[in-house]
Design a protein around this ligand. Sequence first.
Ligand SMILES: *Cc1c(COP(=O)(O)O)cnc(C)c1O
Length: 488
Amino acid sequence: MSVKPPLGPAAPAARTLDPADWEQFRRLSHAALDDMISFMASAGEGPVWQAAPDTVRQRFRTAIPHAGTDLAEVLADFRADIKPYGTGNTHPLFMGWVHGAGNPAGMLGEMLAAGLNANCGGRDHIGLEVERQVTQWTAELMGYPKDASGLFVTGTSMANFLALLVARTALLGTNVRSQGITATASATLTSYTSAEAHGCVAQAMELAGLGSANLRRVPVGPDGGMRTDNLAQMIAGDRAAGLLPFMLVGTAGTVNTGAYDDLTALADIAERERLWFHIDGAFGALLALAPDLRHKIAGIERSQSVAFDFHKWAHVPYDAGFLLVRDPALHRQTFASPVAYLSRAPRGLAAGETWPCDLGPDLSRGFRALKTWFTLRVHGVDQIGACISHCCAVARHLERRISASNLFEVVSPARSNIVCFGIRGDAKGERNQAMVMDLHESGEAAPSITVIDGRPVIRCAIVNHRTSEGHIDQFIAMMTARLTGSAT
Ligand SMILES: *Cc1c(COP(=O)(O)O)cnc(C)c1O
């Protein structure tokens, strides 16, 4: 395919960032894409992770490049110094933390979005339609009304924070935006979440100026879900003390053990107490896609807002967090500004009613919706749901293997996709920590460490669509070899 000549005279080479030789650019780009396709096709080969050597790190300490470098040379540097030293979350034996594994169609969507270079903060262009489409799909999946409002953000940390701001506006009115909390709240605002909730919930209280000390951390029961009797007592206690309970944050999938709050019970309490009911469903909200697991998030449809990540269990390339809000007007009232340069026109490029910049603090925004749209359309949500179900089956397989072993013991069972376990007799968890670090450094596997009842334990979060029962068997074999090897 040949390139059409430009309409006018081309800008002098020194004043444009376009390549002087498009054909050469095309060749190099095709090769780079091929290279990344091979990278994905061989995601299970090689080490899961390797630390970048100091010699490589040193190469990122150069002075600012005043003069340009050939693209071929920069690509060679990427191949040698960047590509081998990623997190490893594309690899099937990456089981640490809760990371999505990416997917080839999503990668392509990301590349195409970069080509379009659309600014999805606003204006009348197709990028906003794609985001609205994904919002509608999400609303339907979560059992929300069709007109629910949605916004792509970096991740669930940001989405939880924005949800809290909407909840604050619901309670105090839009005056809180100009007058602040002290002038609009009659008492100290308190919110409630599980003791197992993600740290970003407390951080959201801090960022909003409400104070993390005013977040009550409700104890969990044996299933890891919030104890609703304690919740009710805490709310009553705060009301008796003259405080102003305003928000309840339920967790669908705790980061430590994969536990689910009883969202129906929480919805009942939130209704009775007139609290904003928000759900942190960072990974777990997407159980909506898995018919055999969906019951765990029953009640999500009664919440006022949901935060979750497409980059976790839907494997959209980072980052693709999402906030869904039931009341579109309230969502808009929390963030929209009547500034002149964002005013809407009846026609033309500045047309449209609600723009994404009315729904959050970001004005310039990338086209996160495109890689998500690619991922959902190419695979279909049923397939993504099947991968989620499979992850939970793989976690159960891991739990069975650990239970059957005389070297290890289960510390937290496979409630969904997360299993925590320890080496038998390792009361202080020191050998657990050493095992995890050894596995990381050898590149064999990447579980993570978490602390349960004061003891560091080995944690495997099965999120990766590439992880199979066979990989778990390999994982058990490599740990066993390490333990029995060191014992002789
Ligand atoms: C990952 C996670 C978060 C944070 O999400 P980010 O996308 O990393 O900001 C919050 N809550 C839970 C339960 C999580 O698993």
